[in-house]
Write a protein that binds this ligand. Structure first.
Ligand code: PGA
Ligand code: ZN
Length: 437
């Protein structure tokens, strides 16, 4: 059995130029694996906590030298001598060493980078692709899982906390529909993205600016205008909205929800307080008018009663994804399943902080007919782990951001490589449509 000899962390930068944790594990037999923790901006209140130094003389307080130190001393000693293939034992040891419910003591950024690096090292040791190793791990939790190249849900226009424009909704995205391969799906997405640039230009809307995830960040009068522009872009690209390309939204509504008045305050409503029921009518109106297949965080992270009504109104028609609502935590997903609050969950490794717990969340969803979408964060790096994770779990969907900015393209390109390994177009299992509910 190969054993972990050294675990070394360093501070590196993410796509926003903010520090994050990179970890490199080496075994006694000379194999190694490296991984980098991502970082969110519109973080949910119930997420595992990333540890930052708060020293204003070092990256304006955003440094992660404390988290790096935690890896290089405590965690390194803790997992030294363990088998990198023993993912659950490694993750459980770190969870116990941290001792807090949100990994705030050692830092979820420290713990996750070690957890991911262990999986990468184990794949190297076995001389298999990362997705193959992750698939073997996941089968222990969900024996029915299959390897499937995921359908990408791709950001076109950014708003909310990810762009300087005036849109309240965070992401306006598209799905390619019915493509026979991922390779073909990606070409179609890029076609619409380029066409959207021309459409925004034609309307005199700035399209040079891109948001944190590479989507256009134009100044538009309403959220619906963003959908209109995407519809136009699909048609200009010679495609049929609904049949060839459909639309998805990440409303990320927690950031314009006012807990004191239990209301949602959109700029296009002049920030007048409106209750969940009015948000639901607003969203249902958009679903009626446009080929929208999925809405994420249509309501706020703790508005459980609102979510139940939202799911009752739209859950049979479209996918309703909980991101801030579930924060990849099994307990919250279980509550959502029990209360029928949604029908899908967004999966982000660093919301929960270990690979094993991420698999628990995926298995919980799969076991109860909930869909799952593996997702990147707005702060990403060249690390492509999530491309392998989505494929390995067979969850069928991935959300990476737009087709601009290399931290996003690294993952889209990794999926091209994976599809190629699996046998190429027409042979590989590719999720061709948003899974039917
Ligand atoms: P975040 O955004 O990484 O800033 O949280 C991604 C999302 O909300 O899906
Ligand atoms: Zn989200």
């Amino acid at each position: 059995m190969a054993r972990i000899a050294t675990t070394h962390a360093r501070e590196v930068l993410d796509s926003r130029g903010r520090p994050t944790v990179e970890v490199e594990i080496r075994t006694a037999c000379g194999k190694s694996g490296r991984a980098i923790a991502p970082s969110g901006a519109s973080t949910g209140k119930h997420e595992a906590v990333e540890r930052r130094d708060g020293d204003r003389h070092w990256y304006a307080g955003l440094g992660v030298r404390g988290a790096v130190e935690a890896v290089n001393t405590l965690l390194s000693a803790l997992i030294s001598g363990m088998d990198p293939d023993d993912q659950v034992a490694i993750d459980n040891a770190m969870i116990a060493a941290d001792g807090t419910p949100n990994k705030g003591r050692l830092g979820a950024n420290a713990i996750l980078a070690v957890s991911m690096a262990a999986a990468v090292t184990a794949a190297e040791l076995q001389e298999v692709e990362l997705y193959e190793h992750l698939h073997q791990l996941y089968l222990q939790k969900n024996p029915r899982a299959r390897i499937i190249v995921p359908l990408p849900m791709v950001n076109m226009i950014s708003g909310g906390l990810h762009a300087g424009g005036n849109l309240d909704f965070q992401d306006f995205l598209i799905y390619p529909e019915g493509c026979v391969s991922y390779r073909e799906a990606l070409e179609r997405i890029v076609r619409v993205y380029n066409s959207l640039g021309r459409v925004l230009g034609k309307h005199g809307e700035t399209h040079a600016l891109v948001g944190d995830e590479g989507g256009y960040g134009p100044s538009l009068p309403t959220n619906e205008t963003a959908i209109e522009r995407i519809m136009e872009a699909i048609e200009v690209a010679g495609l049929k909205p609904g049949d060839d390309v459909s639309i998805a939204l990440d409303v990320a509504s927690s950031h314009f929800y006012d807990a004191d008045t239990n209301s949602y305050r959109l700029r296009e409503w002049h920030k007048a307080p409106r209750h969940a029921e009015e948000m639901i009518v607003f969203l249902a109106g958009l679903v009626e008018k446009y080929p929208i297949r999925s809405i994420e965080d249509g309501l706020a992270e703790d508005d459980w009663s609102g979510w139940r009504s939202l799911n009752a109104a739209l859950g049979r028609k479209i996918q309703l994804v909980g991101d801030d609502l579930f924060t990849t935590q099994v307990g919250r997903i279980e509550k959502g399943i029990r209360e029928q609050s949604a029908n899908a969950v967004l999966i982000k490794l660093n919301q929960v902080g270990t690979v094993s717990e991420t698999f628990d969340a995926l298995a919980m969803a799969a076991g109860h007919g909930f869909r799952a979408v593996v997702s990147a964060r707005s702060g990403e790096t060249e690390d492509t782990f999530i491309a392998d994770l989505a494929t390995a779990s067979g969850c069928g969907q991935i959300k990476i951001g737009s087709v601009a900015r290399s931290e996003r393209l690294a993952k889209y390109n990794r999926l091209l490589r994976i599809e190629d390994h699996l046998g190429g177009p027409g042979v590989a299992l590719f999720q061709r449509r948003v899974p039917a509910g």
